[in-house]
Design a protein around this ligand. Structure first.
Ligand code: BES
Ligand code: MN
Ligand code: ZN
Length: 525
C-alpha cells in the first residue's frame, strides 16, 4: 500500500526555529500481513476485559511468544481493562522487540470512540527512546465486530491526535522519541485498500485538528491577528482555496461597528479572514463556518482578574478551528461549497478602547449597548454572521469560546449547542458523535429573549438574569435571522487540563472533526 504522508500545514512563524512540535511527519500506512512477522520497534495488540484465551492477532502473537500473554492474564498482570497498557519484551521470540498489550475494556458497550482513544493512549505510551516505528492490529475490527474502515480511520485519528504535543518553544528533549512511522497490519488483504482510504481520511482530519491546536496553543505575542491571517493564507495556498482578508478600512466601509468596537483598544490591526472552498458546480455557499478569533482577551476596560488570564491566548480557538476544518474539507474534496469566516482582533484596554455603556452599530443596523467589554466574542461574531448572510450562506455554524457560563452548565464534558433549527442541529450532533466529540443542546425558549433587552439600544451584550451561555446565543440570533444556524460554545472544552484519549492537554482540538464530518454529511444529502 502506498504510504500516507501526514503533511503539516504549518510554516515557520519567525523563521527562527525549524521544529514546531513533536510529530512533524508520521508516515501512516495500512498493510496486509501477519502481525507476528512485523519488525516494527513496537507492535500493539489488544485484549478485551475478561478474555483468558486471546484470539485473532493477539492470539497469534501469544502463540508466537510461547504463551506469554495468556500466562500474564492468568497471573492477573493483564486484565484487558480500558486504558490498561502492558509492555512485553520479546527477547528475540518474534522480530519486534516489544509487544504492547492494550486493554479494550468490556466488550459490551465497546465502540469506535474506544478504538480512537486506545490508539491515542498507546501512542503516548510508545513515546520512548528506541521506538520510532509502531505497528498495530486494527483494534475493534476483529472480535470487536466494528466496521474495519471506521476502525482504520479511528486508529489513524487517535494515533496522530495522541502523538500531538506543543513543543515549539521548548528546548529539544534528548530522552524523547518521535514515532516516525505507524502502520495498521491487517490479516485480510482484501480489506486493505478500503482501510487505507479510511485511514487517509483520518490522517487528514487529525492533521487539521493538530493545526488548530497549534494555533490555539501559540502565545499571543507569537500569534496576533496578522499572524493568524498569514497562517490561514499559507493553508489556503497549500489547499488551493479562496482567501481574502478584510482590513479595518474595509470593515468601516461595510459598517461593521460591532467588530471594530472590540478592536479599538488594541495596537494590533483587526483582520476579518474569509476562506472559500467550492466542491460542487455552481455558486452559493451551502455552509458558513464562523469562528471567534480573539487572539488575546484581557476583557478590555471590564478587565479580567490576573489569575488564569494567560489561558485567554486561546480565545481564537473558534477561528483556528474553522480555518483548519476548511482546509481538511478541501483536502477531502467534499462535494459541497463551504465558506469560513474568522473575525480576528485582540480585546485590550486603552485610551481608545470601548467603554461600558457605549452604543455601537452592527453591519445590519442593529444597535448594541456594550454593558461589559469582556463580552466581546458576540460583538465580533455579530458582524461576521451578518457578512455570512450577505455572502448568501444557507446554513451557518458559529464556533466560539464564548462564555465561562457554559462551563458552569456543562463542565468540560461536552460542547454547548444552541440553534434555531432542529434538523440542522441534529446533523451536527450526529457529525460530532462520529468524531467522538460530545455535545449537549441548551434551550432557546423565547422567554430568554428579554435577557438581552436594553433600555438605550436594540440589545445589550450581557444579561443580568443568569443563563449566560444561552444569553450569548440569544445575542447572536438576530444577526442570522431565519437562516438555519447553530452556535457551538466551546469555552468548556477548548482547553483541557490533561491528556485523555484523543484529547490533548492544552488546546483540545474540539469542534474541528465535527465540522469536517458535518460538511461531508451535508455533501451527501
Ligand atoms: N473568552 C471569554 C469566555 C471564556 C472564559 C472562554 C473562560 C474560555 C474560558 C469571553 O470573552 C468572556 O469573557 N465571557 C464573559 C462574558 C460575560 C462578561 C457576560 C464571561 O463568560 O465571563
Ligand atoms: Mn471576554
Ligand atoms: Zn473572549
Amino acid at each position: 500500500m502506498s504510504p500516507i504522508f501526514a503533511v503539516h500545514y504549518t510554516l515557520p512563524l519567525n523563521g527562527s526555529k525549524d521544529r514546531f512540535w513533536s510529530n512533524d511527519t508520521v508516515e501512516f500506512t495500512v498493510t496486509g500481513g501477519d502481525i507476528t512477522k512485523s519488525n516494527a520497534d513496537a507492535v500493539i495488540v489488544n485484549l478485551f476485559e475478561g478474555v483468558t484465551a486471546p484470539g485473532g492477532g493477539t492470539g497469534a502473537m501469544d502463540r508466537a511468544l510461547g504463551g506469554v500473554i495468556s500466562q500474564l492474564i492468568q497471573q492477573g498482570d493483564i486484565r484487558g481493562k480500558s486504558g490498561e497498557i502492558t509492555l512485553i519484551h520479546t527477547m528475540g521470540k518474534v522480530p519486534t522487540p516489544r509487544v504492547i498489550v492494550a486493554g479494550l475494556g468490556k466488550q459490551k458497550g465497546f465502540d469506535i470512540d474506544a478504538v480512537r482513544n486506545l490508539a491515542a493512549n498507546a501512542v503516548r505510551f510508545a513515546r520512548k527512546p528506541g521506538i520510532k516505528s509502531v505497528a498495530t492490529l486494527a483494534h475493534g475490527a476483529g472480535i470487536g465486530g466494528l466496521d474495519a474502515e471506521q476502525c482504520a480511520q479511528a486508529i489513524a485519528e487517535g494515533a496522530l491526535l495522541g502523538a500531538y504535543r506543543f513543543l515549539k518553544h521548548k528546548a529539544p528533549d534528548e530522552n524523547g522519541s518521535e514515532i516516525t512511522s505507524f502502520s495498521i497490519v491487517e490479516s485480510d488483504a482484501a480489506k486493505v485498500p478500503a482501510m487505507d482510504a479510511a485511514a487517509r481520511r483520518g490522517v487528514i482530519a487529525a492533521e487539521a485538528t493538530n493545526f488548530a491546536r497549534d494555533l490555539a496553543n501559540e502565545p499571543a505575542n507569537h500569534l496576533n491577528p496578522t499572524d493568524l491571517a498569514a497562517r490561514a493564507e499559507a493553508l489556503a495556498r497549500e489547499t488551493g482555496i479562496e482567501f481574502e482578508v478584510l482590513e479595518r478600512a474595509d470593515m468601516e466601509r461595510k459598517g461593521m461597528g460591532s467588530l471594530l468596537s472590540v478592536a479599538k483598544g488594541s495596537a494590533q490591526p483587526p483582520k476579518l479572514i474569509r476562506m472559500g472552498y467550492r466542491g460542487r458546480a455552481g455558486e452559493g455557499w451551502d455552509l458558513a463556518l464562523v469562528g471567534k478569533g480573539i487572539t488575546f482577551d484581557t476583557g478590555g476596560i471590564s478587565i479580567k482578574p490576573a489569575a488564569n488570564m494567560e489561558a485567554m491566548k486561546a480565545d481564537m480557538t473558534g477561528a483556528a478551528s474553522v480555518v483548519a476544518a476548511l482546509g481538511a474539507i478541501a483536502r477531502l474534496q467534499a462535494k459541497t461549497n463551504v465558506v469560513a469566516i474568522a473575525p480576528c482582533t485582540e480585546n485590550m484596554p486603552g485610551g481608545n478602547a470601548t467603554k461600558p455603556g457605549d452604543v455601537v452599530t452592527a453591519m445590519n443596523g442593529r444597535t448594541i449597548e456594550v454593558i461589559n467589554t469582556d463580552a466581546e466574542g458576540r460583538l465580533v461574531l455579530a458582524d461576521a454572521l451578518c457578512w455570512a448572510k450577505e455572502l448568501g450562506a444557507v446554513h451557518i455554524l458559529d464556533v466560539a469560546t464564548l462564555t465561562g457560563a457554559v462551563t458552569h452548565a456543562l463542565g468540560d464534558a461536552c460542547v454547548g449547542l444552541m440553534t434555531n433549527n432542529d434538523a440542522f442541529c441534529s446533523k451536527l450532533e450526529a457529525a460530532s458523535a462520529l468524531a467522538g466529540e460530545k455535545t449537549w443542546r441548551l434551550p432557546m425558549f423565547k422567554e430568554y429573549d428579554e435577557y438581552i433587552k436594553s433600555d438605550v439600544a436594540d440589545q445589550m451584550n450581557t444579561t443580568k438574569k443568569g443563563a449566560g451561555a444561552i444569553a450569548g446565543a440569544k445575542f447572536l440570533e438576530p444577526f442570522v435571522g431565519d437562516t438555519p444556524w447553530i452556535h457551538m460554545d466551546i469555552a468548556g472544552v477548548d482547553n483541557m487540563p490533561a491528556d485523555k484519549g484523543w484529547i490533548a492537554k492544552g488546546a483540545s482540538g474540539y469542534s474541528v472533526r465535527a465540522m469536517i464530518n458535518l460538511a461531508l454529511a451535508m455533501a451527501e444529502s
